[in-house]
Design a binder for this molecule. Structure first.
Ligand code: HEM
Length: 242
């Protein structure tokens, strides 16, 4: 009885008082739009994607595509997956960790392609704020995933460790995700500035497309954070089976 009362108090403190489910729709739509925009940019305006090519710019193009599809969209969908599906707790946990694993793997390959492009073009590595934050994001993301896996999935921590870890896991996860969205925005800014310095029209369609893609990415991030803080469907108890 005492446990129930504490649980109810905790739930009241957590939610924003708005239902999460309609917000998840905004997340899905913005995620799909962000992916379409980054593909239109890299394929229609920047010549396409290639793992190996004498045109090294095509290798670079894989970088924003995999990062947006992986770290940003799969990462965001993983965060809101607890609020999105009316499924059993254990199934939701599996969906959450698999979506994050996809995000992490695509993020690592995406970052690798930026290094590959630099190395094959004779450009220095890790000279920008964007690249430093990028390394920070991927390292923190990796730590967060491994900690979550060990404590909440396999072999699993004691109930006390899990209960204590959960709010920190949620807070740290949101922090890393917001940092990833900020880093992606810096990446769009940096690439567009390089292109404009090489003659791209500042108010041309490509410049507008890149800026607009960054804005959609930020809006996607805002909807993910809002959804994560919104109220889960009534039947769901985030503390019962952590
Ligand atoms: C969370 C998202 C992102 C992460 C973690 C990330 C990470 C990185 C890293 C680690 C590098 C350094 C590669 C090297 O030094 O060889 C890099 C380079 C670069 N990235 Fe990103 N990136 C992200 C998103 C983006 C996006 C969306 C764009 C948009 C085009 C972008 C554009 C660039 C550019 C232009 C470079 C080369 C210049 C530089 O090193 O700063 N990045 N990125």
């Amino acid at each position: 009885m005492e446990r129930d009362t504490r649980k109810q108090k905790r739930e009241k403190k957590m939610g924003l008082g708005v239902p999460a489910l309609p917000l998840t729709l905004g997340v899905h739509v913005l995620g799909v739009v962000a992916i379409i925009l980054v593909l239109v940019w890299t394929i229609n305006f920047r010549g396409g994607l290639a793992w190996d090519s004498p045109n090294k710019a095509l290798i670079f193009n894989i970088h924003p595509v995999l990062i947006i599809i992986g770290l940003i969209v799969h990462g965001g969908e993983a965060i809101i997956s607890y609020k999105a599906f009316p499924l059993k707790k254990e199934v939701k946990k599996l969906i959450h960790l698999v979506l994050h694993a996809i995000a992490l793997i695509l993020g690592i390959i995406g970052i690798y392609t930026a290094f590959k492009y630099h190395n094959e073009s004779g450009i220095a590595n890790l000279y920008s704020l964007h690249s430093w934050l990028g390394i920070g994001v991927i390292v923190l993301y990796g730590i967060q995933w491994i900690y979550g896996f060990v404590i909440f999935f396999f072999p699993g921590g004691t109930p006390d460790i899990r209960r204590y870890s959960l709010p920190w896991h949620a807070l740290f996860g949101l922090f890393v995700f917001v940092l990833a969205v900020g880093t992606a925005s810096l990446g769009f800014l940096e690439k567009l500035t390089f292109l404009e310095n090489s003659g791209l029209a500042k108010y041309g369609s490509e410049a507008l497309l890149v800026n607009f893609t960054a804005i959609i990415t930020i809006l996607f991030g805002a909807f993910v954070v809002l959804t994560a803080l919104a109220d889960a469907p009534a039947a769901v108890d985030d503390y019962e089976a952590i």
